[in-house]
Ligand binder design. Structure first.
Ligand SMILES: CC(C)(COP(=O)(O)OP(=O)(O)OC[C@H]1O[C@@H](n2cnc3c(N)ncnc32)[C@H](O)[C@@H]1OP(=O)(O)O)[C@@H](O)C(=O)NCCC(=O)NCCS
Length: 311
């Protein structure tokens, strides 16, 4: 019997989370399945069209796919997550889910489908290369790799360089009139404006997802009420760090390292053993400031879609 592909209501989320706990082969992803699904479905749906489809065999959920449309360009559809129960692999379930996602996202106006994160609500930049069956399936189903992205891992166990004190640097910065403090919800508008004016693109979503939210937070640097930099964590997943930015005029002053380590310290206090610095970025900065190393590598895929089923 072929699995049936159906649209899932958000009230099926607990079953979707259970399935992802089994089907996401990397333990760090399985462990964060509840936060990942909350980010990609409930939170994302407040801001963009979200597609939640499942493969069912009888009453049992055997596969799931979350898709969305890019806010910055509605012609781009995204597959945010696809997972099939281990015992159901290589039976065409993944293929059927992706074909249905292509049909439905084309119906919403997408002309291209990306197997890539759709910020600000994303769980991965693309397909982790260690999800090798997913890499094989993407190639088999006509997707083309167009970019590579990587995370860095910062060890947060005691004695790690990521947790070394920021006190002396903060005292030195205070002598130059620079204050470093935790960001509060009242800072959100100024932080978003700073990020937009300084770095172009918008980090509004990530900032709103970090400041004052559970398992998340942000720190900022300011002088005379003017923001000079910020760092945020936990927006999409509790163990993930980012984004961060320092005003070009303040670069080299040590602000960035202090902001980074303040966030990593919060994450360590929350019980996180290793932070993921997502979708980087300045490798030497994170290596030098927190002893972080490149670890997770992601391939990003894309494919033109015309509303016809694949395969
Ligand atoms: C990726 C995944 C969803 C594929 O689901 P699936 O139901 O097994 O996929 P299908 O049976 O539809 O396979 C489609 C094609 O992909 C290729 N493929 C899938 N798994 C493969 C594997 N282990 N090795 C080689 N090719 C593979 C094959 O060409 C296959 O077609 P074929 O069986 O006719 O040759 C599943 O392996 C999975 O859940 N992995 C863990 C989660 C994950 O990696 N998600 C993606 C990151 S979010």
């Amino acid at each position: 019997m072929d699995a049936e592909i159906i649209e899932l209501d958000l009230d099926r989320l607990p079953a979707v989370v259970d399935l992802c706990r089994q089907a996401l082969d990397l333990p760090e992803d399985a462990a964060e399945a509840p936060a990942i699904l909350d980010t990609l479905t409930t939170r994302a749906a407040a801001d963009r069209p979200v597609l939640l489809i499942g493969a069912v065999r009888g009453a049992e959920l055997v596969g799931v796919l979350v898709g969305s449309v890019a806010q910055r360009d509605p012609r781009l559809g995204h597959v945010d997550l696809v997972a099939v129960a281990p015992r159901e692999r290589r039976r065409g379930v993944g293929r059927a889910l992706l074909a249905e996602a292509e049909r439905r996202l084309a119906g919403l106006g997408a002309v291209e489908l990306l197997l890539a994160g759709n910020p600000p609500y994303y769980a991965w930049p693309g397909v982790d290369v260690r999800y090798t069956p997913a890499v094989c399936a993407a190639l088999r189903l006509g997707y083309r790799q167009d970019r590579t992205a990587w995370n860095m891992t910062a060890d947060l166990s005691e004695g790690s360089p990521a947790l070394r004190s920021t006190e002396a640097a903060e005292r030195r910065l205070a002598g130059q009139g620079v204050t470093i403090r935790r960001a509060e919800p009242a800072d959100l508008a100024a932080l978003a404006a700073f990020a937009r004016a300084t770095f172009g693109g918008t980090w509004d979503g990530e900032l709103a997802g970090s400041v004052g939210r559970p398992d998340a937070g942000a720190h900022l640097a300011e002088r005379d009420g003017e923001i000079l930099g910020f760092a945020a964590y936990g927006s999409a997943r509790p163990s993930w760090f980012g984004p961060m930015g320092t005003a070009p005029a303040a670069e080299g002053s040590g602000i960035g390292g202090v902001l980074l380590r303040r966030c990593l310290r919060d994450q360590a206090v929350a019980g996180i053993g290793a932070a993921q610095i997502g979708w980087v970025g300045p490798v030497p900065f994170y290596s030098g400031s927190a002893g972080a190393r490149i670890e997770r590598v992601f391939f990003l895929y894309r494919k033109a879609i015309d509303g016809h089923p694949v395969g």
